[in-house]
Design a protein around this ligand. Sequence first.
Ligand code: GTP
Ligand code: MG
Length: 456
Amino acid sequence: MHEINEQQNRTERAVLVGLRLNKQEDEIWTMAFEELRGLVETAGADVIAEVVQNRGLPDAATYIGSGKLAELCAVIEELGADLVVFDAELSPKHVRNLEAALPCRVLDRTQIILDIFALRARTREGKLQVELAQLNYLLPRLTGRGVSMSRLGGGVGTRGPGETKLETDRRYIHRRLVELGRQLDEVRKHRELHRQRRKKQEVPVIAFVGYTNAGKSTLMRKIVERYGTGSKEVAEGRNRLFDTLDTTTRQVQLPDGKTAIFSDTVGFIQQLPHSLVKAFRSTLEETAEADLIVHVVDASHPNCDVQMETVYQVLAQLDVLNRPVLTAFNKIDLVPGTWIGNDPNATETIRLSALQGDGVQDMMEKIDDLVGVRHLIVRAEVPYKESALVAKVYREGRLFQEEHRELGTFLHAEVPQWLAEELRAHLIGEPQAVKVSKQAKRSDQMIFDMTDSTLQ
Ligand SMILES: Nc1nc2c(ncn2[C@@H]2O[C@H](COP(=O)(O)OP(=O)(O)OP(=O)(O)O)[C@@H](O)[C@H]2O)c(=O)[nH]1
Ligand SMILES: [Mg+2]
């Protein structure tokens, strides 16, 4: 992937450091450590050695114990390593002490992930979000790093939109954070407008979620190639972590003629850095505000169960597990024919190969069923103190009638099923099903095709 040029741009050589805590399950630890290797390689460095320590708890001062630290120091010197990468997010204190003790750059897992995101960010929003995450990571780590800050500005772990600015002071960073927040708000408002329009047109939105490298973009590409009605441009999926960062949305025609929007976005990973989840929250939330979540799973991955679990953890954090999930066990061309996937969290499951196309038609039919019957007509009286719920009906549903009554707001509206469920305690009578009309959305003009280019 990256060329090695010994003279000028020599690929940086990294030593991985892992701490295996006693309470951790072997299998999970190994997967995470292997993943760290993949991340470091994705960021463009060569992994030349690994140093692992078993311990009850991280050392308060230096993360690994002093004996292990001496060993690490010797390995770095002997092999001429350019950087060490630790397998967790180091505290500001750890970073300070380790930088003082080791003869090369010290990075942690979070910085590597931030670095990859910085390399991948293309759209304005993506870049703003990465910079926000980087500055939030950096801020508590500034103290005492006056000297080491000047080391930034080249190589793995130092790239990003904010890179030249990192050299300036804390006050600047605070000002910049405010500015970034303001700019992001603007971009988000713009996106919210698109979303509103989409809701009004009752175009169902189907979002792909899944672990990084599960095959979301490959599936998106296959679907758009076969069923796309708007822009057909989708980047080819690649075998690397966090290949996709920015959300791509495309217009597609479902088998029964309905138009739907599919969206592909950033993949998840174990221990996604907190600063990133925070910065990317609105992107992720938008994806997850879909009518249907398609959870793409790499069925050929030895730890696909752990990966699925991770995805549900992130979805739970985003509070979006109240809608149907279609789990697509992907890459079945790589697993034995007898393999059966199981996902208790899924509304339905399906097996497919995004690469070869098997099962894709079936999936589209399932999607048709799942998005077709999901709107309900409700009557509800929502207490005034729960105005957020009323706002949701405004945003997500179609309002037929609204009255301000003595005890609360009376609403007569068509809402997605998940929202009907949130309204359950306040419903008057049983909700009634409505089927989205089959031919209603077959229109000659393009209803909506938002790509992120509209945001640039
Ligand atoms: N054999 C096989 N490989 C697949 C299949 N689907 C995807 N892949 C490969 O898996 C790799 C990752 O695919 P992507 O589509 O980029 O995965 P992604 O989920 O978009 O990954 P991120 O964007 O990093 O989150 C690529 O090398 C694909 O060619 C499949 O059905 N079978
Ligand atoms: Mg992708």
